[in-house]
Design a protein. Sequence first.
Length: 255
Amino acid sequence: MEWGSRRIRSAGRTSGSVEITLPVEMQALEGIQCRLVLRDGARPEIVLQPDVSLAETVFAELWEKLRLAFQEIGDISDFSLADFDVGLLPPRYWRDKPPLSYQDALAIHRSRQEKAGPGRPREGSGGTHVVTFLAVDAGYRLGLEGRFALAFGVVVGYLVSGMSAGHGADFERDVALTLFQGAGKAAGAPIGSLFQTDRWEEAQDGFKQVYDRFREWQENPAAYEAAREKWWEALTVETGSSVSSVEDYVRRTKK
């Protein structure tokens, strides 16, 4: 990835050292230990090699939380980084393996250190992304395939954080939230902090119901498509009614 050029400048006349301004995309590495390597020769290169072991620890810890949460479904076994496409920054697109980014994991690590409010970390969108794509791979291991594994991951990320990682799945999210509420879970983010073990345990029954529904859809795609179409029709009617009510109110108030 090309980030243009930067000029090396003095860090101070008496300091004996120099500094360089890195692009804004590198902010995720703030505070991370980096190894400095000089590759000498006709075209010398100075290479920064960040220590991303903290990020890999975050991936493994959250995988264990999912493993705990999915106990009623089955065992997703040990975490393997080889199951994912891993990079420094979140990718815009992906095809084969679910993506994980060190930037997201390091953001989670920092938020864990910097408490916000009454002891609750700010995991933010990074937490949503990481949990979503970990859950996609977990879905594969539990027997889900293709779009059902992807939608399952999106739903899990949403139920954990209260935020969506995108990728559509509006219908699936709505159904999953209803199932969670039926299992005694409150609306919004049922887990709270990503690292509250007891909350993951409490969510086991809810996740089991969500997974069972996805397996039903996968085994009967015609029923899935029919339910999805019915949901969209109801949403369209509801949205249309709301718009019509507003327009009618505006017309009446103008008379």
